[in-house]
Design a protein around this ligand. Structure first.
Ligand code: EPS
Length: 397
């Protein structure tokens, strides 16, 4: 049984849902911890009016009894509060034609799903049919599922952190972050950056962008510590852990590039400086550096798993770019509805969830277990097998 995630739901529909199947039975879930992840995703300076409406909370509808997983698929639902204002436009069975007409969109935004969605699915009449699903609101469902994966990972000794490394062209940290860099991030700060003392300048930058009808992108770093060596495989290309991570992170809305470790920087270094020396350590092997970001040959090597995601600016602009009205075929300004100026701080939380899902899936693929205690026993046996030739910190207790 493999860990599997499907999400469903439209941005202004009744709710978002995630079906997470393959979670072992016997895992006690903490509901408040899932809600806390949802709240972290909603936090961050630069969000628009929608976040004032929503207060995301998880509702677990299946797969759980008395707070403990049953081994059956988990159904996680996050109601959309805004549904109240949109039900006549978005009702699954009966749409009010006048209300829908008022909300109809025909001039696609460059960079959003509008145009490709119209072409691919035949949504030319009303682009809303494309972008409602493409909206980054969907990431609330991924974060809820990721929060469940994090609870499983915590039992296995894995923790994940994230932070903003750059925003709107201002870099706060060059190169890949370490877990220690991300420990400087204050979740309660306006922007969740690695340099909290510089956030007030960035807040001003966001205010200026808002005033100018602009949007801003940036870079987030996410690091997982305590990942057992041996997740993923070089034996089959599709099982390579770095490939799985890149796919899941690139699949976050507006992410246009992904780097594992110092993947970008090592391209310009000679081999002698690019690779991480293997050294004798205290009770295990240690590495002289972690340029590889915890991944060698598509397999975790026990070092911190380090990922950077590069996010483009949000494509809904108050000063819209040139487009074509698909109803008339004539030049027009792209559609505008309220939007965020930036969602880079939220992107960090979402990439954490993407990492949590991929690492939990790879961990369950290696250690299996219909019940969580089977998984933990298999992990402990593996730890014993590696013994003193395993990575420092992952040796027999
Ligand atoms: C989004 C547009 C905005 C964002 C939304 C993503 O929503 P609305 O159209 O309702 O103003 O706020 O993100 C969220 C709602 C969220 O919870 O992250 C888009 O078009 O991608």
């Amino acid at each position: 049984m493999t860990l599997d995630l499907v999400t469903a739901g439209e941005s202004h529909g009744r709710e978002l849902v995630a079906v997470l199947s393959g979670v072992p039975a016997g895992l006690r879930l903490d509901r408040a911890a899932i809600d806390a992840e949802l709240a972290r995703r909603q936090h961050g300076y630069g969000r628009g009016g929608r976040q004032k409406i929503e207060k995301d909370r998880v509702d677990v509808r299946a797969g759980l009894r008395g707070g403990v997983t049953l081994g059956s698929p988990l159904l996680l639902a996050i109601p959309n509060r805004d549904w109240e204002n949109w039900s006549r436009v978005m009702d699954p069975w009966e749409v009010d034609p006048e209300a829908a007409e008022r909300r109809r969109l025909t001039a696609p935004r460059p960079g959003h799903a509008d145009l490709v969605g119209a072409w691919k699915y035949g949504h030319t009449e009303d682009l809303r049919n494309a972008f409602e699903r493409a909206s980054a609101r969907e990431t609330a469902a991924r974060v809820a599922a990721g929060a469940v994966c994090k609870q499983l990972l915590t039992l296995c000794g894995v923790s994940i952190r994230s932070g903003v490394l750059a925003l709107g062209g201002t870099a706060l940290l060059d190169g890949p972050p370490s877990f220690a860099d991300l420990e400087k991030v204050d979740d309660a700060s306006p922007l969740r950056t690695v340099a909290p003392d510089r956030e007030s300048d960035l807040v001003t930058r966001i205010d200026e962008a808002k005033h100018a009808g602009e949007t801003l992108g940036g870079v987030v770093g996410v690091v997982a510590r305590g990942v057992p060596p041996g997740l993923g495989s070089y034996a089959r290309w599709e099982e390579r852990l770095d490939g799985q991570l890149a796919q899941a992170v690139m699949a976050v809305q507006a992410v246009k590039a992904v780097a594992i470790g110092a993947g970008i920087e090592t391209a310009s270094l000679p081999g002698s400086r690019a690779h991480d020396p293997i050294l004798p350590g205290r009770g295990g092997l240690r590495r002289g550096s972690n340029h590889t970001g915890g991944n060698e040959a598509g397999v975790s090597n026990g070092e911190e798993v380090v990922v950077r995601a590069f996010m483009k600016p949000i494509s809904t602009l108050r000063e819209p770019l040139p487009s074509v009205d698909l109803a008339t075929g004539k030049a027009a300004k792209a559609a505008y509805e309220r939007s965020d100026v930036t969602a880079v701080p939220a992107c960090g939380v979402i990439v954490e969830a993407a990492l949590a899902f991929v690492l939990a899936r790879a961990l369950l693929a290696k250690f299996g277990g219909d019940n969580i205690s089977d998984t933990l026993e298999a992990l402990a046996a593996y730890r014993r097998r590696l013994g003193k030739l395993g990575p420092e910190g992952f040796v027999a207790p």
